[in-house]
Ligand binder design. Structure first.
Ligand SMILES: CC(=O)CC(=O)SCCNC(=O)CCNC(=O)[C@H](O)C(C)(C)COP(=O)(O)OP(=O)(O)OC[C@H]1O[C@@H](n2cnc3c(N)ncnc32)[C@H](O)[C@@H]1OP(=O)(O)O
Ligand SMILES: NC(=O)C1=CN([C@@H]2O[C@H](COP(=O)(O)OP(=O)(O)OC[C@H]3O[C@@H](n4cnc5c(N)ncnc54)[C@H](OP(=O)(O)O)[C@@H]3O)[C@@H](O)[C@H]2O)C=CC1
Length: 283
């Protein structure tokens, strides 16, 4: 199937990054969010990234303009009626994702693929609320999207081979590397990454070390580009908590219990870099 027109749901840090790389690769992209303010922030984020590309000589001013012009911004999810694929990147909450997919199923053309950028939620369960489970798939980008090479592609129980192949082709057109995994909580990326982050939070909670010390150990000792607490702030502490809850519930194993300190920070509205406060403060 030939994909030309893309809709991205959610203009947050992931949605805006996905929209940017799709537009840069030549796709026409409609970006949808519930608030105009979020759409404005998404456009500002993309403009900043594209300006840096021009400054660094990776893109001409004309290519930047063409990329921006391939993007349209809307609060109307009904605009899915003109696209070949939707990539959903709204909040990591099953009820919200199910409601979005039900609505998309009503408005997107019959041939359209409905992909989700979920970090951990079961693709099969999201697919089940649509009348086209064979066209539902996980397309899991990594943060920051313009920089990270991986796209984890997750087949739901009923995902058709031709849909998988279209997503694999599109991933390569975005200059990213596809890796296929099956539909289990957290897939591979977050089943491995998030328990490490949660354990790092426990070391702070239990007074083993300060956030700075934990991050230094992992950066200098293990060559991680960011320490786990800086990374947690970067991902978003709400997203980290949702992922741990999905692992805990999905596997029924207490080794995945979210650290109480993570819960406390999320309850306080300390969601990390995006709200200016998490394990660290940001101006
Ligand atoms: C939760 C999930 O479901 C899955 C996930 O995504 S988990 C998170 C996965 N991501 C990671 O683990 C990221 C770990 N961190 C890193 O790899 C690096 O710290 C980093 C790439 C983010 C930054 O790299 P760095 O060398 O430390 O810093 P820096 O030199 O400032 O940045 C390198 C480049 O990335 C760009 N960059 C950094 N942050 C960026 C952002 N948020 N958006 C766009 N570009 C960004 C910089 O502009 C710079 O590009 P240039 O070539 O123009 O210089
Ligand atoms: N953060 C990360 O490192 C990664 C996250 N992901 C996944 O990507 C998704 C998005 O995460 P992220 O970008 O970090 O989150 P953000 O909070 O940055 O962005 C989410 C955006 O979606 C909007 N939104 C909420 N509900 C709806 C809706 N019904 N329709 C349209 N838009 C909606 C939010 O608006 P508002 O603010 O008004 O609620 C917000 O603008 C999640 O599923 C997450 O698990 C995947 C890989 C990495």
């Amino acid at each position: 199937m030939s994909i030309q027109k893309v809709m991205v749901i959610g203009a947050g840090q992931m949605g805006s990054g996905i929209a940017q790389v799709c537009a840069q690769a030549g796709y026409d992209v409609i970006v949808n969010d519930v608030k105009q303010e979020s759409l404005d922030k998404g456009l500002a984020n993309i403009t900043k990234n594209l300006n840096r590309n021009v400054e660094k000589g990776r893109m001409t001013e004309e290519e930047k303009e063409a990329t921006v012009n391939r993007l349209t911004w809307t609060q109307a999810i009904e605009d899915a009626s003109s696209v070949d694929i939707v990539i959903e990147a709204a909040v990591e909450n099953m009820d919200i994702k199910k409601s979005i997919f039900k609505t998309l199923d009503q408005h997107a053309p019959a041939h359209a693929i409905l992909a989700t950028n979920t970090s951990s939620l079961p693709i099969t369960e999201i697919a089940a609320v649509t009348s086209r489970p064979e066209k539902v798939i996980g397309m899991h980008f990594m943060n920051p999207v313009p920089v990270m090479k991986l796209v984890e592609i997750i087949r739901g129980l009923q995902t058709a081979d031709e849909v998988y192949n279209s997503i694999e082709d599109m991933t390569k057109k975005l200059a990213k590397v596809p890796v296929e995994v099956n539909d289990f909580p957290g897939f591979v990326s977050n089943r491995v990454l998030m328990p490490m982050i949660n354990e790092a939070i426990y070391t702070v909670y239990e007074g083993v070390a300060t956030p700075e010390a934990v991050d230094e150990v992992m950066k200098l000792g293990m060559n991680h580009p960011m320490g786990p607490l800086t990374l947690a702030d970067f991902i978003g502490l709400d997203t980290c908590l949702y992922i741990m809850e999905t692992l805990h519930e999905g596997f029924g194993d207490d080794k995945y219990r979210p650290c109480p300190l993570l819960r406390k920070y999320v309850k306080a509205g300390w969601l990390g870099k995006k709200t200016g406060r998490g394990f660290y403060t940001y101006s």
